[in-house]
Ligand binder design. Structure first.
Ligand SMILES: C[S@@+](CC[C@H](N)C(=O)[O-])C[C@H]1O[C@@H](n2cnc3c(N)ncnc32)[C@H](O)[C@@H]1O
Length: 255
C-alpha cells in the first residue's frame, strides 16, 4: 500500500458505511446464486455479501486488495475463504461459475485488465454480475471537491481514483473480452447517509481520501467543511445528507 492508493479502514467501514453492502442485496438477487455453485465475490470488503451469497447454498469465496478488509471478513465469517489479491491481476487455480462484485469495480482504473482476469476465472457460460458507480456518479460531490482543491492549486482530475463508465463504454469492453451482455442499466440511486450532520464528513473521509493526500489533518477538516458548505443546499435536508449516487448494474455471460 502506498500514498497513491485508497486506504480502507474496515472497522470504520462497518460502523459508518454499512449501507453499501445493505444496498448490494439487490445485486445478489440479480446473481441468483444456486445451491452448490462456486462464486467469487471480487472486492468483497468485509464479507457481508459473500456471506449472503453463501447463505443461498453456494460456495462463495471473497477476494479484496485491502488486507485490513480481508482480515475483518475472516474474523466475521471464519467459515468462508477470503484472499488478498488485486482484481487487475488475480488468477485462480480452479474456475468459478460466477463472479460477483458490489461497489468495487469503480475503484479499478484499468477495467480491461479486470475483465480479462474475470474471464480467465470463469467457466465457459459463467456469469459476471455486478453493480458499481456509473457515468455521473457523485458528480455534485466531485465538483465540490474540485472547487475546494482548486483554491490550493490542486487539480482534482489528476488525483481522481474513480472509473465511472457509460453503458456504451463498459458493454463494449465486456464484448471485446468475450462476454455477452444480457442486461445493463444506469440509474440514479440517491443514497441517505447515516449520522445526520456528520454524514458527509464520514463519506469524504472514507471514500475521497485520495483527493486530499498531502494535506494536514487540520487542512483536511477545513476542506471537508468547505465541501459541505458548497453541497449543503442540494444534498442536506436539515436531518441527513444524501449522496448523488448513480449506479451501473449488469449481468454478462462468458461465451
Ligand atoms: C466500497 S467497498 C465495497 C465492499 C463490498 N463489496 C461491499 O459491498 O460492502 C470497495 C472494495 O473494493 C476493494 N478494491 C478496490 N480496488 C481493488 C482491487 N484493485 N482489487 C480488489 N479489490 C479492490 C476495496 O479494498 C474495498 O474493500
Amino acid at each position: 500500500m502506498n500514498e497513491k492508493e485508497q486506504k480502507w479502514n474496515a472497522t470504520f467501514y462497518d460502523s459508518k458505511i454499512g449501507f453499501v453492502s445493505r444496498l448490494g442485496k439487490g445485486v445478489v438477487e440479480l446473481l441468483s446464486p444456486r445451491q452448490g455453485e462456486r462464486i467469487l465475490d471480487l472486492g468483497c470488503g468485509t464479507g457481508d455479501l459473500a456471506y449472503e451469497i453463501a447463505s443461498h447454498g453456494a460456495y462463495c469465496q471473497g477476494m479484496d486488495s485491502s488486507q485490513d478488509m480481508v482480515n475483518q471478513a475472516r474474523d466475521k465469517y471464519p467459515e468462508l475463504q477470503f484472499d488478498a489479491a488485486d482484481a487487475h491481476t488475480f488468477r485462480v487455480p480452479e474456475k468459478f461459475d460466477a463472479v460477483f462484485s458490489n461497489a468495487a469495480l469503480h475503484w479499478m482504473k484499468r477495467p480491461e485488465q479486470v475483465i480479462d482476469s474475470v474471464g480467465q476465472a470463469l467457466h465457459k457460460g459463467g456469469r459476471f454480475v455486478a453493480e458499481f458507480g456509473g457515468s455521473g456518479n457523485v458528480e455534485r460531490i466531485y465538483r465540490a471537491i474540485a472547487e475546494v482543491l482548486k483554491h490550493d492549486g490542486i487539480d482534482a482530475e489528476e488525483r481522481n481514483p474513480w472509473y465511472f463508465p457509460t453503458i456504451g463504454e463498459y458493454s463494449a469492453l465486456l464484448e471485446q473480452h468475450g462476454f455477452e451482455v444480457r442486461y445493463m442499466e444506469l440509474f440514479d440511486r440517491p443514497t441517505e447517509l447515516v449520522d445526520g450532520e456528520e454524514g458527509m464528513n464520514h463519506w469524504l473521509h472514507t471514500f475521497a481520501g485520495m483527493f486530499f493526500v498531502g494535506l494536514t489533518e487540520e487542512q483536511k477538516r477545513e476542506a471537508y467543511t468547505q465541501c459541505c458548505s458548497i453541497l449543503r443546499n442540494d444534498l442536506y435536508n436539515g436531518k441527513f445528507w444524501t449522496a448523488d449516487y448513480r449506479r451501473l448494474r449488469f449481468a454478462a455471460v462468458l461465451k
